[in-house]
Design a protein around this ligand. Structure first.
Ligand code: ASP
Length: 333
């Protein structure tokens, strides 16, 4: 391994030396940190956001236990909250937009760097599987709205009603309250699910799926289906995923930032903390704002951090699945 490392470093250095002036050589060589060459995690792992991550982790871990691939594990994992009518922030049972329509955002990213995404998709129980099909069957990364629905229906997905009685009643109550436009995140442990898995051969994949902010403006798309914002995977380095107020995650590209910080040698924990600090420095932080990140590197080290208290994540490792509290930057005001 050490020989391979020094060979790769030397050959990268030589190729840069051949084509770049001196100041760029220094910048380029500084980026070749040992984190790029971490030994892979010693066994399968799954990490996901919020308490609904526990059941999702179980499903993902079952795939990995059969020697399955990380990509299959992340899809199967997040399909659990997508199909759970009691999870009011993902898939079936998700709270609708201001017009009463349940609209879904989801993305998936594979170890080979490919990605697929759907935004503003209606009537489909498993948007994550449509996102995977976008990745595998089209030359595109994102399909949106009517086009995404057409693609799903053309490819055998069935149209279904996602608005449960409970979600409808909550929407009606919101409308009756004057329907002031103020999209809501619900922080009581049931929000967007972002899930990352490492399989038995050390490959990393990720998935992220949500019904977005409750009572959002029709047409609104959050961070969750946007590669680099809600999710980013680099199989050489690690992966990160986000939950929380999508607009500020979009504006700071948190998941991509975390993976880049890990690429430069930072631990997943410090990288998550740095991404939250950067966000707090660069956007207006209002009193109801919450954002949480989780991350994992190639060696299986994990990180989790949030803007405010209350963010929980589920970790499956060595046959144990547990719910953990993330650290946070600010108290609730
Ligand atoms: N990030 C999601 C969105 O903005 C919502 C959430 O995680 O609460 O749509």
């Amino acid at each position: 391994m050490a020989n391979r490392r020094s060979f790769l470093k030397k050959s990268l250095l030589l190729s840069f030396t051949a084509i770049l002036p001196f100041k760029f050589i220094r910048a380029a060589t500084r980026e070749i940190s040992d984190s790029n060459f971490l030994s892979p995690a010693s066994g399968p792992m799954v990490i996901s956001t919020w308490s609904h991550g526990l059941a999702a982790n179980e499903a993902a871990a079952a795939v990995l236990a059969e020697n399955g691939k990380a990509l299959d594990a992340v899809e199967k994992g997040v399909m659990v909250p997508e199909a759970d009518p009691n999870v009011t922030s993902v898939g079936l049972g998700g709270l609708p937009d201001a017009d009463g329509n349940v609209t879904l955002d989801a993305c998936i990213m594979a170890p080979n760097g490919k990605a697929g995404s759907v935004t503003y998709l209606q009537h489909i129980l498993h948007p994550i599987s449509v996102a995977r099909m976008v990745m595998e069957k089209t030359p595109h990364v994102i399909l949106s709205g009517e086009g995404a629905l057409k693609f799903a229906l053309d490819n055998g997905f069935e149209k279904t009603s996602l608005l449960t009685e409970n979600a409808k009643a909550q929407w009606e109550k919101w409308k009756a309250s004057g329907a002031r436009y103020a999209p809501q995140a619900n922080w009581e442990n049931h929000d967007t699910i972002g899930l990352i898995a490492i399989d038995n051969v050390g490959d990393i994949a990720g998935a992220c799926t949500t019904s977005g902010m409750a009572f959002k403006h029709p047409g609104r798309v959050g961070d969750s289906p946007i590669i680099g914002a809600g999710l980013f995977v680099d199989n050489k380095v690690g992966a990160a995923t986000a939950t929380g107020e999508g607009e500020v995650v979009l504006r700071t590209l948190g998941s991509f930032l975390i993976v880049e910080l890990m690429r430069n040698g930072m631990s997943p924990q410090l990288a998550c903390e740095k991404a939250i600090t950067r966000l707090a420095e660069s956007v207006h932080v209002h009193k109801n704002m919450q954002v949480g990140y989780i991350a994992i590197n190639k060696a299986g080290e994990i990180g989790a951090f949030a803007l405010r208290s209350g963010f929980q994540y589920a970790l499956y490792q060595n046959g144990e699945n547990q719910l953990l509290n993330a650290g946070f930057l600010l108290p609730w005001e």
